[in-house]
Ligand binder design. Structure first.
Ligand code: ATP
Length: 228
């Protein structure tokens, strides 16, 4: 059953239309890649799903019509967003960042620190003193602390060193295998997306041009729409 169903989404920045016809779905326990070249509308789609931006079309999450729900309520319904640019509260410590997002559930300080031991070693450090990779771990940790039903990762490995990127991919694989969390992932690394995701959606100029399982995603399609 679909946890998230997006149908015929359109959205604009003022007079500039960014999304023309985006459809995608994420089933319970599924990990879906949202792919496409730069500027094709991936982040805009995520902003619309998390209600940071107004849109037209259908966005149904866990049976609720999200287009009728303000953004703070969307988070309460169970969407955990790790936005592009790994936003955390820079002046707060690691533990303050995590605790300020906390909602009841399996994810708490202990389980997040178990997933990211490096955060455990830095609980009293302010976020601004962390490395880029550690800040990304904190951003993911914060989203998990809300105990989401759907985790959305927008360019979570962007700009990170290869080893740290690998760590983040391992965590995504672990979340999939061990917790069955539903995840929507945006990333530029086709190879990693193919190894972790069950299915993919490709956007081209604000339109869904391809949807299918990862095993159906051929080299031709990848080359046509992603340019790899
Ligand atoms: P990237 O991989 O580069 O982040 P993307 O696929 O996430 O790209 P979006 O950021 O959603 O693409 O951008 C889709 C379109 O909307 C682009 O044409 C972009 O220039 C435009 N756009 C994005 N953000 C804004 C904004 N704040 N104001 C105006 N136009 C925007």
């Amino acid at each position: 059953m679909s946890l998230l169903s997006v149908q015929h989404l359109t959205a604009s920045y003022g007079a500039i239309q960014a999304l023309f016809d985006v459809s995608l779905s994420v089933n319970e326990g599924e990990v879906v890649a949202l792919m496409g070249r730069n500027g094709m509308g991936k982040s805009t789609t995520v902003r619309c799903i998390s209600r940071m931006m107004k849109s037209q079309g259908e966005v149904v999450f866990a049976g609720a019509d999200l287009t009728k729900v303000p953004s703070h309520k969307a988070a309460l319904l169970g969407i955990g967003l790790v936005p592009e640019g790994r936003r955390c509260f820079k002046d707060l410590t690691v533990s303050e960042n995590l605790l300020s997002a906390a909602r009841a559930g399996v994810w708490n300080m202990r389980s997040v620190v178990e997933l990211f031991p490096r955060l455990g070693e830095r609980v009293n450090q302010v976020a601004s003193s962390l490395s880029g990779g550690e800040q990304q771990m904190l951003a993911i940790g914060r989203a998990l602390m809300t105990n989401p039903r759907l985790l959305i990762l927008d360019e979570a490995t962007e700009g990170l060193a290869p080893l740290v990127r690998q760590e983040i991919w391992s965590v995504i694989a672990k979340l999939k295998q061990e917790t069955g969390l539903s995840i929507l992932v945006i990333d530029k690394s086709v190879k990693e997306l193919k190894s972790v995701c069950d299915s993919a959606v490709i956007l081209e100029r604000g339109i869904t041009v391809w949807q299918g399982t990862m095993s159906e995603l051929s080299a031709d399609v990848t080359e046509q729409f992603i340019g790899v």
